[in-house]
Design a protein around this ligand. Structure first.
Ligand SMILES: *[C@@H]1O[C@H](CO)[C@@H](O)[C@H](O)[C@H]1NC(C)=O
Length: 225
């Protein structure tokens, strides 16, 4: 795609983003590198494996529910397919928390993860995402890291204090991959617009401890703009 139409298309698409990216430079970068959205469906009971060969996951839209009669309809009764106005508003948040900034992730399309928006309807998870050229910083619990953009300034895309896999920051208390405390907002207020920023992965830096007995880490995805 030529640069200008691509940038215009992105401005339209940005309206769909759960957070305001406010970054023309990032959009130009996306257009130069030819980033495009990937879409994935999984029927209820299955799971959605997202992955990026290049860059890191950024979830754009997600719905656990049903918006047409045909997707995931094989072997289902009419009664289970008739409601096509079934939305779970929190789906994007659930997916982002688990997947943003990772190379791959797998999220089960089940009521216990998303909670049931329409009892009796056979649902599916519909996700679209991008692979974005973030920089990534990981700080193990108790440690500090400096992120440095030189003459550029930091823009935080996503941050999580917790644990989303068992292999990062190995430790005998690395006992669960399901520990989330999104810190995007707080790190944006401390780091955005600065040339460098010190990250502290300590319990005292964050208001809540999402999993007290687990060894955690702070993951931060950012760009220099
Ligand atoms: C990390 O700690 C240092 C020193 O205590 C502080 O100056 C800095 O603002 C902290 N970083 C963040 C992102 O809160």
């Amino acid at each position: 795609m030529r640069l200008l139409p691509c940038v215009q298309a992105w401005f339209k698409r940005i309206n769909m983003l759960p957070q305001n990216l406010n970054s023309i430079s990032l959009i130009i970068l996306l257009c130069r590198q030819g980033v495009d959205t990937k879409r994935y469906f999984s029927c209820e009971g299955g799971s959605v494996p997202l992955s990026c060969d290049w860059g890191y996951i950024k979830v754009i839209t997600a719905n656990y529910g049903r918006t047409d009669h045909t997707t995931c309809s094989t072997g289902r009764s009419l009664h289970q397919l008739s409601n096509v106005d079934c939305f779970q508003e929190t789906s994007v948040h659930v997916m982002s928390k688990r997947c943003d900034g990772r190379k791959s992730c797998s999220v089960p399309a089940v009521n216990s993860v998303f909670s049931d928006p329409c009892v009796g309807t056979y649902k599916y998870l519909d996700v679209s995402y991008l692979c974005l050229p973030f920089r990534k910083s990981v700080t193990c619990e108790g440690k500090r890291t400096l992120i440095d953009c030189g003459n550029g300034v930091i823009w935080i895309h996503h941050a999580n204090y917790g644990r989303r896999d068992l292999v990062t920051c190995p430790h005998k208390l690395a006992t669960t991959p399901d520990c989330y405390s999104p810190q995007t907002r707080s790190l944006r207020s401390s780091c955005n617009g600065k040339n460098y920023c010190q990250l502290n992965a300590s319990k005292t830096s964050f208001l809540s401890d999402p999993c007290p007995d687990v060894h955690k880490y702070l993951e931060v995805m950012y760009s220099c703009i």
